[in-house]
Design a protein around this ligand. Structure first.
Ligand SMILES: Nc1ncnc2c1ncn2[C@@H]1O[C@H](COP(=O)(O)OP(=O)(O)OP(=O)(O)O)[C@@H](O)[C@H]1O
Ligand SMILES: [Mg+2]
Length: 314
């Protein structure tokens, strides 16, 4: 199954490479230099822009490419006062902005170069620069957009239980038990909740937000407490999640809410937790959030996600 999924994914990426044009993903207005500039001036540009090569332009037209290697060569041969024109390479391979990405991918493979200048086919002017990173980013972005579109379509075409519920007063309540310090079962409550929200046919974007927030809340109980409960109420207007535990409590809830604040021990950090991002993430995912705690007694976290809120465009 996995091999199959990977194969399909690759095919989709390849398809995009044949569909998307270079101009869409290239870096526009790239940093360039003039041919008469001194080689020594390159140091600052290469350093501050963190690039390894750039186009040399005369009146908007490409006359060469100068690279970090050219600069280093001048360093060792004491030619720092020479002009860029003397050291740039002039037999430059260029791409056109309205070519498909597949052309670029082939050139990267064939030459092993790290970047290509991109020209406008009609005017011959330099319009951008293309790296492999640009291609990856561009394809990933497009994949994400298409994924969301497909997800919305799937959702629209499915039957949703809630669509057929007539009474306004319908409410669902789910409750999950969370066991402290049990990493084998950690994530179960949030996972089961997610399944149930899907069964109810709630919009994917809403489910995603509730799932992330409840996962973070569940993990905090697993890590910092002896366990507790998560109660979820679904009304026609919103989903409200209440998480209770029996201690130890949080000394300063405002501090705990800060991004990056964590008391996780090394043992926990080794498991990949403890970035101090859980509570801030819950806040981001929810429309309302309230954290209350009493030392020695316990903590109650409540958050809600509106069903027909600002993010709803279904
Ligand atoms: N239910 C709880 N009981 C006691 N302390 C808690 C509880 N939830 C959170 N905390 C405290 O708040 C801190 C911040 O929590 P938060 O979830 O934001 O980050 P984290 O759990 O440390 O790291 P991450 O969630 O990124 O893995 C925790 O380090 C812990 O000290
Ligand atoms: Mg956490």
């Amino acid at each position: 199954m996995l091999a199959m999924a990977q194969k399909e994914e690759l095919t989709k990426q390849q398809e995009l490479i044949y569909e998307m044009r270079i101009g869409l993903v290239m870096t526009k207005n790239p940093v360039s230099v003039a041919p008469e500039m001194q080689m020594s001036k390159l140091r600052e540009i290469l350093q501050t822009k963190r690039i390894s090569g750039m186009p040399v332009l005369e009146n908007g037209f490409l006359v060469g490419m100068v690279s970090l290697e050219d600069f280093i060569e001048c360093l060792t041969s004491d030619a720092m006062n020479d002009s860029v024109a003397k050291h740039m390479s002039t037999d430059v391979i260029t791409l056109f902005e309205n070519d498909f990405l597949v052309t670029a991918v082939r050139e990267f493979e064939r030459t092993g170069f790290g970047r290509f200048p991109v020209l406008n086919r009609e005017t011959g002017e330099l319009v951008g620069i293309l790296t492999k990173g640009d291609i990856l980013r561009g394809v990933a972005k497009k994949l994400e957009v298409e994924f969301h579109r497909a997800e919305k379509k799937r959702y629209k075409n499915k039957m949703h239980i809630l669509d057929h519920v007539q009474a306004d007063e319908t409410r669902f309540t789910f409750q999950y038990h969370i066991v402290g310090n049990d990493f084998n079962r950690a994530g179960e409550a949030a996972g089961n909740l997610k399944k149930n929200l899907k069964r109810l046919g709630l919009p994917p974007e809403i489910i995603r937000r509730v799932a992330i927030a409840s996962y973070e809340a569940e993990m905090n109980l697993v890590i910092y407490t002896s366990g507790g409960y998560m109660t979820v109420r679904i009304s026609p207007e919103m989903i409200t999640v209440n998480v209770f535990d029996n201690g130890p409590g949080i000394p300063d809830v405002n501090q705990a809410m800060q991004e990056g604040y964590s008391t996780a021990e090394n043992r926990i950090r080794d498991l990949g937790f403890g970035a101090g991002m859980g509570l801030p993430n819950i806040k981001k995912c929810s429309d309302e959030m309230l954290l209350r705690s009493k030392i020695g007694k316990g903590t109650n976290l409540r958050f809600s996600v509106k069903l027909y809120g600002k993010n709803d465009d279904n």
